[in-house]
Design a protein around this ligand. Structure first.
Ligand SMILES: [Zn+2]
Ligand SMILES: [Zn+2]
Ligand SMILES: [Zn+2]
Length: 356
């Protein structure tokens, strides 16, 4: 039974049409195949990428050589560049607005091994990745010439990944991207009216069934009421915080486990695994905000946007979020309690690779 639902934050409508999921598929999204070419992200091939801007590595290993756990390099094919002159486009009329393509575009290579998913990393390795994410946000915030950072992962060819070796990307811009701006505006309007954070309110509501996927001491994951995509899942910290980079070491360990469990469940549901992971965080340049709440959106790529989506801005989702949440809950792994304990012990003893 089709149903229109509206996202309460950005006033975005979606059509949930569960009859469409059973359509015959002549064009299943093709699984990604390894091309057999040299992988520029594997350990030993460091010369294939631009020089690293940050890394977690053995202190005795040379920069841009083997011996690392996570590497951050500028994107070889950047969408934006730090130093750009005047824009080429001068339409000659007032409505032709252009500005230089200024910004930072980095690639975070998340393992020296040729693995394709975060779920193939140990909890300790995921912690290092999350720490590097935090370190990049903190460092970019000090620059002053970028005001927002979009951190995202494309997993699988159907989700736009061009290289299968596990990596994420980060694009920092002097502007606030449209969707983030819509969330900030919607959240500010809600706060004005109710003196509350809409994300905190949603989180406490969604901690109950039927859309809850996972609830831990520090995080809640659920399939949003107006999910755009089948098995779309959001992860929110239970503590109100507008900026991702404010996360503590303790919170990172728990997030690593939550992320691994949620992504493993999504990978069970979405075959072949293909999804985008997006971090939404308040602008780098803004102070702590009472109305905004950082979160992670997991957006599976089961179907391509087609004519209706492009023409209307509405998405058609073939799986009810309540159904999606139930399926995800059923395949959740156990909490990684032993691994979490081991990491906490290592950290208490101060035995950790030096972070940049
Ligand atoms: Zn590789
Ligand atoms: Zn909040
Ligand atoms: Zn968001």
């Amino acid at each position: 039974m089709p149903e229109l639902r509206k996202d309460p934050i950005v006033d975005r409508w979606v059509i949930i049409a569960d009859n469409r999921g059973k359509r015959p598929q002549d064009y299943a999204l093709a699984p990604q195949r390894s091309s057999g070419r040299l992988c520029p992200f594997c350990e030993g091939n460091e010369s294939e990428t631009p020089g690293e801007v940050a890394a977690v590595r053995d202190p005795s290993s040379p920069r841009n050589g083997p011996g690392w756990k996570v590497r951050v390099v500028p994107n070889k094919y950047p969408a934006v560049l730090p130093d750009q002159g005047d824009p080429v486009g001068d339409g000659g009329v007032a409505w032709c607005d252009a500005q230089p393509g200024r910004g930072i575009h980095e690639v975070i290579i998340e393992s020296p091994r040729h693995v394709t998913s975060l779920t193939q990393l140990s909890l300790e390795e995921i912690c290092l990745v999350l720490r590097i994410y935090r370190q990049r946000f903190r460092e970019l915030a000090l620059r002053g010439d970028v005001s927002s950072t979009m951190l995202f992962k494309n997993m699988g060819a159907a989700a736009g990944a061009s290289l299968e070796h596990i990596h994420s990307q980060l694009i920092a811009l002097p502007t606030i991207p449209t969707l983030l701006a819509a969330e900030l505006n919607g959240a500010a309007a809600y706060h004005e009216k109710w003196e509350a954070c809409i994300f905190c309110d949603m989180r406490s509501w969604e901690q109950r069934l039927p859309r809850q996927v996972l609830l831990t001491e520090r995080y809640t994951a659920w399939c949003p009421f107006a999910s755009r995509f089948a098995y779309e899942t959001w992860i929110l910290p239970n503590r109100h915080a507008s900026h991702w980079e404010s996360i503590s070491d303790e919170e990172i360990v728990d997030l690593a486990s939550v992320l691994k469990r949620v992504l493993s469940a999504v990978e069970q549901a979405v075959r072949p695994p293909a999804y985008n992971v997006v971090f939404h965080s308040a602008p780098l340049t803004s102070p702590a905000l009472p109305h905004y709440h950082w979160h992670i959106e997991v957006l599976p790529a089961l179907a391509r946007a087609a004519g209706f989506e492009w023409g209307s801005g509405y998405h058609i989702n073939p799986v009810y979020p309540e159904q999606a949440a139930r399926e995800l809950r059923e395949t959740l792994q156990n909490p990684h309690q032993n691994e979490v304990k081991a990491i906490r012990q290592t950290e208490a003893k101060g035995e950790r690779l030096p972070m940049p």
